[in-house]
Each structure stands twice: as C-alpha cells, then as structure tokens.
Design a protein around this ligand. Structure first.
Ligand code: F3S
Length: 646
C-alpha cells in the first residue's frame, strides 16, 4: 500500500513500534529547537541529565519571546542560554535575530528530517516537507540527549487542495477555512497532510502560515510535500543541497479528507476567544477596530510584508487605529527595507516593533480595555494578548492592512477594487539577503565555557515519587477548552520568572482564580477537575511543573490536549479521564478525593473515591505502562536521569 509524506518520514525515523494508528511509536529526532520562554527550563533539565554534548544533527536555541530588559532577569536568562549553547553544542540565535519558526524555515528546516521544538508552533517547519512536532521542554531536552520521542501513531487527515487563491485572499484564509472544519480539537491525534494540484500554487511562506496554525486544530503536525517550489525556496536560501523530493504515493490512504478549492475561498476571520470561531469577513464587515498588529510566526514572512506594503502604499492608517508590525527575521526586515515595503508601511503610519514575538503575547503592544484588536497571529485565547478584556480577531495580512486604513473590518478585495489596486504577486528573490552573522556556533572548546547564572535562575525543584495513597481536595473545577494560558499565564510580568519555578508558581490559574496558589500550598496535595480539551494551546511545560510544585497530584478531565498531557506525565501529575463524562457533574470544588496507587492500570479503569460525597468515580489513565511508571517515579527526569548520565 502506498504511503503519505508523513508516513514516509516516520518510517525512516522509527526506533520502536509499528505504524498502526494509535499504537505507541518512538521516533529518532534529527533536529531540536527551543525559544527563551520555554528554553531556560529545557536547558536546566538537559543539564540535570549530565550529558556533555547534544546528540542531534542540529539543535538551535532562539531568543525571541521576551526581549524586555526592564531589570536584570531577562538579560540574565539570555546570557544563560548563550552559555549553555556554547558549552553543549547548540547554535545560539540572540535577541533581534528573529522569531524561531521564521528563522528555522529560512535557515535550518530540511525535507525528510524530523524536528522537535519546545514551542507548539514548531510544525511551521513542516512547510518544507519535514516532520516537525511541538512538545514540552523536557521532551526536547531528552531528544537533545539522544532519546527518541514517543507518541501514539497519529491518524492522517488529508487536505486536498485544488485551484489558486484569488487576489487578496491568502494562506491565512486557507488555515482559517481548515479550522472552520476542524475547530480547535478536530486535529487531535492526527497529522494534517496537504496534497492535490493546488499545492504547487502555494509558496513556502504560504505553506508555513498553514502548517504554523495547524497547531490550533490540536494536530500533532501539518505536512506539505517537498517539490519544485520547496527546491526553489531552499535554493534562494543558499541551501539547495538539502533538498530531496518527497510526495505521497498515488495510492496513499488518508483516514479522512477535507476538500478545499482555493479559487472559492473568501477572506476569513476568527472571533474571540477561540481560533476555531471562524466566519467570513463579510459576516462582520464594518465592525469598528482599535488596533492592528502585523507579524508573529504565522504572518511575518517577506511575502506577507510585501503584500501589506502593497495595500498600504499611499494610504493613511485611520486615526482611530493603533497599528504596529514585527517583522519575522532580520532577513525579512532587510528585504522589506530594500524593496521599499517598510517605508510604505511607515509612511502610512504603522509603527515598527521589534523583530520578535513580543507583541503576539501582548508585550509592548496590547489592546486597550474592551478594545478590538485585529491581529495576524494564530491565537486569540482570553488574556493571551495582555489582559482579559481585549478582543482579538485573527485575520490575514490583507484583511489587517485594509481594515487599518478604513478603521473597520474590511474585505481587502473591495478595498483594492475601490482604490484601483493591482493584484499582489509575490516574487521570491533568486537569493535572499542571507546574513547569518548573528548566529553563534557552539564553542570548539566547550570545557572552557563557564555558565553564568543570574539570581533568577533557580535550581529545579525536587519531585518526590507518588505516594501509595493520594489524598486531597479538589482545588479547582473548570470547564471545557481550558488553555495553558489559563493554567500558567505569560505576559511581561510573568515571563521573566520562567527559570524560577517557586516564583512563577505564584501565578498559576490567576486568570481563573487568583487564590489558587495560596489554597494549593496550604492544602499541600490536591486535584484539578476539568472538561474537554484540557490544556490546549501553548506547549509551555510551566503549566505542568508549576501546579505540581504547588501540590497538584492528579488532573481529572473529560479529555486532554496532546502536549499538555505529555507535560503532566513528565512532571509526575497523574492525568485521568472520566469513564462516564456525566461524573464531572458529581464533583464540586472543595470535595475531598482519594486514590490508591496500586490500583492504577495502564489504559485501564479504576475507582477513585469522592470522600465528601461518599461515592466512587470510575476513571482511567490515557497512559501506557511506561508513562504510568514515569508518573509514579515523580516525573521523567527522575525516571531517566541515571540511564543517561555519561
Ligand atoms: Fe512567538 Fe506568538 Fe509564534 S509568541 S512563537 S510569535 S505564537
């Protein structure tokens, strides 16, 4: 039987297991990436493993999330990351070089290879036909130590593309259309693979927008074939030698297929507070807006900036709108400057933000109170862009540009028609302005590197093995679609604490219930109860390690998002699901629960007791035996440390 692109890559990297849907497989990882918000913890974990040099083909440490240098903490973190990279064989990308995913697609992504990154949008690099997966920092640290990455063999969701995008409709509209079909959990347990005659009509930056935001469907990854378009991209990046052709066999089998005719697509918009709440722009046209943000790892390529420049040429941003742009990389910034796109934007009244993530998570560019912010980013969860009252709508660069001028949500096709604009066409340069001058190679004399640790770099807390009887109260009961931003918020105030678990733990669940950290610490041990798709969104493992530090021992929900489930296991929190979802209604916050560890069975059902209501609750672990052993050991670091030490 024929194979899909994803199956071909999995087959060549399979270390353990059979490629049968849902069965546990272990994959060799060729590359890793980290970013600063998750990286400091990942490298503290890597150091704790006692491995001298990374055992991957290539590992890159990016600083892109938090550049604010209001005190010593962020610069200290950046310096720690720089030293660890030099010492352990990792390429370092300093502040100002660019956003990790944009840079990785430009300089490192390779067809046919595997990549694991401590950022949920790592699948961006699958735009060139590689298998790129987002994971928690500990899984990335383990991959750097040469360990395979384990996951259930995903199902394959094929997206058959035909046709060509019409002028002023772009790749963001494609992925918003996919999200309209799948919502935020339709990709869970799946790899989305794009195929069909429409694929060749999408550039690599277009594909990267689509694979980036595939993360919002819950998918493990989103993959494009590697074709002539990919070859031209790699050639223009001076990397044609890493090109290999990779396409699905004619008789490849997908478990389900979505059909999209690119020619029929219209501009789309995702409404607050879920990327899956997608409607056509025409449904909300005329809505007043307060702010426009261009950029993020989803839409900050040269193609996007040129398109924005095209629409803003000779225009003025509405006086009621605050507009800012974060270019995705120095390469993009240099090209956009050379080609005049940047000056068109600045003349129109757009302000230039740093080449970084910052604005995406509300740092340096947050919506006003109750304000409507149109953003070209990938997520609009409650509070993600700085505070809870900001209403973020996700749109294409074209919708954002047209709306910035009119001050209301605007269809860019009508905007262009009214102003007599020619359709925008992206012409990729034969050779990009390649400047790798800021990347730092690992030290050739690693033993001479002394790692500088500022006072905010705290040692990892010890995690004890699971007790024979776990007892405690339900510290918090929440509903469906709880995100890692709910559990462990980010933002300018909290991100500098990312390498200091006791300090960052003071902010756990603060957007849901500010008393949670104090109550959890006082209780000493407890449970969290939740609904479906618990832990969706960002890959941040702080959303597991910080609750564990506060005493959370088990999380009982209707279903989990993939990366968060793995993070809970990695830090010794027992993930449980209800056998009968209606039991969710029979537990209240404050109830006392107990479970006997010896009754836990891999994948099997067992009973925990609601002591307050004197009734049993049938639960099961969505874990195999090894993951269950990891939880019982108090987390993966305890479990693997001795085996890895060299
Ligand atoms: Fe950065 Fe926002 Fe992407 S934080 S990695 S630009 S989702």
């Amino acid at each position: 039987m024929g194979r899909t692109v994803a199956e071909k890559i999995i087959r060549t990297h399979l270390v353990e297991g059979e490629m049968r849907r849902g069965e546990r497989i272990a994959l060799r990882m060729d590359q890793t990436l980290t970013q600063d918000a998750t990286g400091t913890l990942a490298y503290l974990e890597f150091e704790a493993m006692g491995v001298a040099r990374v055992r991957t083909e290539r590992s890159v440490s990016y600083v892109d999330h938090n550049m604010i240098q209001g005190d010593y903490r962020n610069p200290d973190d950046h310096r720690y990351l720089q030293d660890v990279a030099a010492r352990h064989g990792i390429i370092f990308s300093p502040p100002g070089n660019g956003i990790c995913h944009q840079l990785h697609v430009e300089r490192f992504a390779e067809p046919g290879k595997t990549l694991i990154g401590s950022d949920s949008h790592t699948p961006t690099s699958s735009a060139v036909g590689m298998l790129a997966i987002g994971a928690g920092g500990l899984d990335v640290a383990l991959a750097m130590a040469g360990e395979p990455f384990c996951l259930p063999m995903p199902a394959l969701l094929g997206v058959r593309l035909v046709g060509t995008l019409q002028p002023f409709v772009s790749a963001k509209d494609v992925i918003l259309e996919v999200l309209r079909h799948t919502d935020v959990n339709g990709g869970v347990g799946k790899i989305i693979e794009y195929f069909g005659p429409g694929v060749k009509n999408l550039s690599v930056p277009d594909r990267a927008t689509i694979t980036n935001m595939g993360a919002e469907t819950g998918a493990t990854s989103s993959v494009f074939p590697s074709d002539e378009v990919t070859r031209r991209w790699l050639r223009s990046q001076g990397r044609e030698s890493s090109w290999v052709e990779l396409s699905a066999d004619d008789d490849a089998r997908y478990d389900e297929i979505i059909d999209i005719d690119l020619s029929e697509l219209e501009p789309m918009v995702a409404q607050p507070f879920q990327p899956g709440k997608v409607v056509r722009v025409s449904a909300l046209e005329g809505m007043a807006i307060d702010q426009v943000m261009f950029g993020s790892c989803t839409n900050s390529s040269l193609r996007d900036l040129l398109s924005i420049g095209h629409l803003l040429d000779g225009q003025k941003i509405a006086s009621s709108v605050d507009a800012g742009i974060s270019p995705g990389s120095r390469q993009v910034l240099l090209e956009a400057t050379e080609r005049g796109a940047l000056s068109k934007m600045i003349r129109a009244g757009v302000r230039l933000l740093e080449v970084s993530c910052g604005a995406c998570i509300g740092m340096g560019f947050a919506p006003p109170t109750e304000g409507v912010s149109l953003r070209t980013i990938n997520r609009n969860f409650l509070g993600r862009c700085g505070h809870k009252t900001g209403k973020v709508y996700l749109v294409s660069p074209e919708v954002a540009a047209a709306s910035a001028v009119t001050g209301v949500l605007t269809d860019p096709r009508a905007f262009a028609r009214d102003r007599g604009l020619e359709p925008f066409r992206f012409s990729m340069p034969e050779t990009f302005l390649i400047d790798d001058g800021l990347f730092e190679a690992p030290s050739p004399e690693p033993e001479t590197i002394v790692i500088r640790r500022g006072p905010n770099i705290a040692p990892l807390p010890e995690m004890k093995a699971m007790e024979a009887t776990v007892r405690g109260e339900v510290l918090l009961k929440v509903g469906d679609d709880i995100t890692t931003d709910h559990i462990m918020p980010a933002g300018a105030k909290i991100l500098p604490l990312r390498s200091n678990i006791p300090a960052i733990a003071e902010h756990v669940f603060e957007v849901v219930d500010a008393s949670f950290p104090a109550r959890a610490k006082e209780a000493g041990s407890g449970f969290v109860v939740g609904g479906a798709n618990y832990g969706q969104g960002s890959s941040r493992e702080h959303a597991a390690i910080a609750p564990r530090y506060l005493g959370v021992r088990a999380v009982i929900v209707k279903s989990f998002a993939r990366i968060h489930l793995a993070n809970l296991v990695n830090f010794g929190i027992l993930p449980l699901t209800f056998v009968d979802e209606s039991d969710y209604d029979g537990i209240d916050q404050g109830d006392h629960l107990s479970l006997e560890t010896e009754h836990l069975l891999a994948g099997g059902a067992f009973i925990i007791r609601n002591e307050t209501k004197d009734r049993p609750i049938a639960c099961k672990t969505p874990l195999g035996q090894e993951d269950l052993d990891v939880v019982k050991a108090g987390g993966k670091l305890n479990y693997v440390k001795e085996r890895l030490a060299v």
